[in-house]
Design a binder for this molecule. Structure first.
Ligand SMILES: [Zn+2]
Length: 58
């Protein structure tokens, strides 16, 4: 019995820069790399990833 469940609500992702779990929302900083979307806790993490994605990927 989830309350107010809408498509995409409650989705989470792990920020590859700081390993924090972030809630995916319309205003979540996002980068697409190699066909995969990555989500970030904040814009500085997104910028760090964009600068050198390979550093943060396995
Ligand atoms: Zn972060």
């Amino acid at each position: 019995m989830a309350e107010a469940e809408t498509e995409g609500a409650g989705a989470t992702a792990v920020d590859p820069v700081c390993q924090m779990t972030v809630a995916v929302a319309d205003d979540t900083p996002t980068s697409v790399h190699g066909g995969q979307a990555y989500y970030f806790c904040c814009v500085p993490c997104q910028k760090a990833f964009d600068k050198d994605p390979a550093r943060y990927l396995p």
